[in-house]
Design a protein around this ligand. Structure first.
Ligand SMILES: [Zn+2]
Length: 101
């Protein structure tokens, strides 16, 4: 599998080619997707232990919202990820004060 790198300013100006991100076929849809990566300084948290390291890597992230071109076949490419996040966050939502009657 190949990798494609884009400069951040090109992504924010919608300069992606109209080709499917997954297979390279002509794109039929554009989905907004947020990509993130942990900030580099959070590797220092490794020396504080596993939990601070994991929490730091989850909380302190660089995020960018990108319009991703997708073809008809891969239009739901990111949907399984959203389903997993929804399922994992469900117990947390039940415990939140806003969820209680
Ligand atoms: Zn495709």
């Amino acid at each position: 599998m190949g990798a494609v790198y884009f400069e951040r300013h090109r992504l924010s100006r919608h300069h992606l080619p109209s080709l499917c991100l997954r297979c390279g076929e002509p794109a039929a849809f554009v989905r907004e997707k947020t990509f993130s990566t942990p900030q580099e300084w959070t590797t220092i948290l490794f020396f504080l232990g596993g939990l601070p390291y994991l929490l730091g890597r989850l909380v302190f992230r660089d995020r960018i919202r990108v319009p991703v071109p997708l073809c008809e076949r891969h239009r739901n490419h990111f949907r399984w990820q959203a389903g997993i996040l929804w399922a994992v966050s469900r117990p947390w939502r039940r415990c939140s004060p806003a969820a209680s009657p």
